[in-house]
Design a protein around this ligand. Structure first.
Ligand code: F6R
Length: 240
């Protein structure tokens, strides 16, 4: 794992955006897997901005969603579906045929099967993830089997509480679709992003604790090609 520390959220986001753009330039038909949330939001906005200005060809890549709140329709502005369309797909003009996201109101088995098939057939070239306050990656909550593939996770208390920040009105979020830990570990490149003081204790645990599914983010230490990209605030509790 490579650790990269940036001055602030802006610099971190610009660097993560550059990794996404470079990946698509080097392999136009790349399979990309994207998280949503506050950590990658600005990076996606920068990607969209650069893609348009620099005419980067996103016309051949394929993008899958890392996770989704179960039961939350795509029209809800708190859904991962809405987020990726708003900040990335619509501004770049990504064709719907290039995207596969979890259908939060679809059949559980079918949804998992479809996503597993897609990942198995192509392999994920670049995965961008954030880190939850409980150390989750996607919705791979503490205790998730390291060999897990796409599944529906029961969200833990921290995820349910913190997750309300994405929603305008309070919603019942108890479960979520997620790409599994095994698939996270098998991604060719894993970009894990975190920023702000509140993530400092989380990053300390992810980097300094023994690798264990008690705190899934620790698996970043064992990934063959992971970049942990954080700002100075998120790095502030790390041992020097
Ligand atoms: C969302 C996702 C989650 C978030 C994590 C951090 O698609 O995969 O695991 O990455 O909860 O969220 P933020 O970035 O909002 O702090």
């Amino acid at each position: 794992m490579e650790l990269k520390i940036y001055k602030d959220y802006n610099e971190l986001s610009a660097a993560a955006a550059a990794m996404i753009i470079d990946c698509v330039k080097n392999k136009p038909e790349a399979l990309l897997c994207f998280a949503t949330g506050d950590s990658p939001k600005l990076a996606y906005e920068i990607v969209a901005d650069r893609a348009v200005k620099e005419k980067v060809d996103f016309g051949q890549c394929f993008i899958i969603g890392l996770d989704e709140w179960m039961g939350v329709p795509p029209t809800n502005t708190g859904s991962c579906h809405w987020f990726l369309h708003e900040y990335l797909f619509n501004p770049i003009g990504i064709d719907p045929s290039q995207v596969h996201l979890f259908n939060a109101i679809g059949n559980v088995n079918d949804e998992c099967k479809k996503m597993n098939k897609l990942i198995a057939a192509n392999g994920i070239d670049l995965m961008v993830v954030g880190v939850g306050m409980n150390g989750h990656i996607g919705f791979n909550e503490p205790g998730t089997d390291v060999n897990s593939l796409v599944h529906v996770a029961t969200l833990d208390e921290i995820t349910r509480t913190v997750g309300q920040k994405y929603f305008q009105d309070k919603v019942e979020i108890t479960k979520g679709f997620t790409v599994g830990l095994k698939q996270v570990m098998e991604a060719e490149t894993l970009v894990m992003m975190a920023n702000g003081k509140k993530k400092a204790p989380v990053i300390k645990r992810a980097v300094e604790e023994t690798v264990s599914n008690d705190f899934p983010a620790t698996f970043v230490q064992q990934h063959k090609n992971a970049v942990l990209m954080i700002d100075e605030e998120a790095a502030s509790e790390l041992k020097q």
